[in-house]
Structures are given as C-alpha cells and as structure tokens.
Design a protein around this ligand. Sequence first.
Ligand SMILES: CC(C)(COP(=O)(O)OP(=O)(O)OC[C@H]1O[C@@H](n2cnc3c(N)ncnc32)[C@H](O)[C@@H]1OP(=O)(O)O)[C@@H](O)C(=O)NCCC(=O)NCCS
Length: 161
Amino acid sequence: MMGFLSDWWRGGTAVIEPASPRDAARLAQLHGASFHRGWGEGEFDVMLRERNTLVHRLRLGRKVIGFAVSRMAADEAEILSIAVDEHHRGRGLSRHLLLTHLGHLAGRGVRKIFLEVEENNQPARRLYGRMGFAIVGRRERYYQQAGGEQLNALLMRRDLS
Ligand SMILES: CC(C)(COP(=O)(O)OP(=O)(O)OC[C@H]1O[C@@H](n2cnc3c(N)ncnc32)[C@H](O)[C@@H]1OP(=O)(O)O)[C@@H](O)C(=O)NCCC(=O)NCCS
C-alpha cells in the first residue's frame, strides 16, 4: 500500500512508501537537520531492519524529503519521529505521511498510538491535534536544549478503531 499525493505547484508527485535500509543515510541526514540530537545512519539502519519498527519515507520525484518512524509492541505503538525537509514544510505533506503511516499501523493490529511532543512545537502539535491525538500527560523539563534550556513534553494518544 502506497500513498500518492499530487503536488501540482511543484510539478511532482509526493509518494509515501515503506523505507528500506538503503534509506538509512538520507533519513539520518533529514533527522539531523530537524532535531537537536540527531540519529545516526547506524541507528536508522538498525531500525529499518527491526521487525517491530515501522518506517515510511516521503518521496518527491527521486528525492526523499521526509519520514515517519514508530515502534510497535502488541497492540500499541509509539511514534518515535516524524520530519519533513524544511524546504517542503507548510504544505500539508506531513498529514498525508502520518495518515498513511497510521493506516499501516492499523493494518498490523495496532489499536493505541502514543507520542511525545515538545510543548512549544506548534507545527507538530497542530499536526497531531488535527490527526485526532489528545493530550494525556505532561512531563516537566523533559527535553534538554543545547543551551541548557529545559522544555516540557506532552504525551499524546490516539486510538484506532
Ligand atoms: C512537524 C512537521 C513534520 C510538520 O510538517 P509539515 O509538512 O510542514 O506539516 P503541515 O504542512 O501539515 O503543517 C502542520 C501544521 O503546522 C502549521 N505550521 C506550519 N509551520 C508553522 C509555524 N512555523 N508555526 C506555527 N504553525 C505552523 C501548519 O499551518 C499546519 O497547521 P494547520 O493544519 O492547522 O494549518 C515539520 O514541521 C517538521 O519536520 N518539523 C521538525 C521535526 C519535528 O518537530 N517533528 C515532530 C516531532 S514530535
């Protein structure tokens, strides 16, 4: 199952499809550009081979411009990371990426999905809110910034039927 999304204004079509170990270097690059503590190529390589980890890539033409990663355990999953290349943000691509990803989780028998998001991360909070995730907890000073600043995390949950 793949997700297609027409992207007329850029003359390309965005495709959401399962990632493979061959994507490890590119996904590490995207992750490193989006998060303070980036995951290395080796970490992605391991996750891409693990059976309990689900990774989708967002591709525009020949270029991978985003990904979603989650880990499954019984009928629960945790979304570990989602990112879109900064040049392609703000066009709704993450919603399609997440929707496809959630569909695959449902297909694997997942019923409860959890994730953590930094309290001030408005784009991510809007994305998750729109996708039906609800806040179920808050962790004070959960994230440590490079400058020493400590930020709160929100724990969110969505049930799949
Ligand atoms: C979060 C992320 C994946 C969203 O990707 P995207 O393709 O730009 O998402 P969308 O275009 O669907 O936009 C998501 C929402 O954020 C809003 N948004 C975009 N940029 C924003 C900004 N700078 N400030 C506030 N809201 C913003 C959009 O308007 C949209 O909300 P809406 O649907 O209510 O209009 C992307 O911003 C990203 O990769 N961020 C860095 C990594 C990250 O923080 N991941 C989440 C970790 S939990």
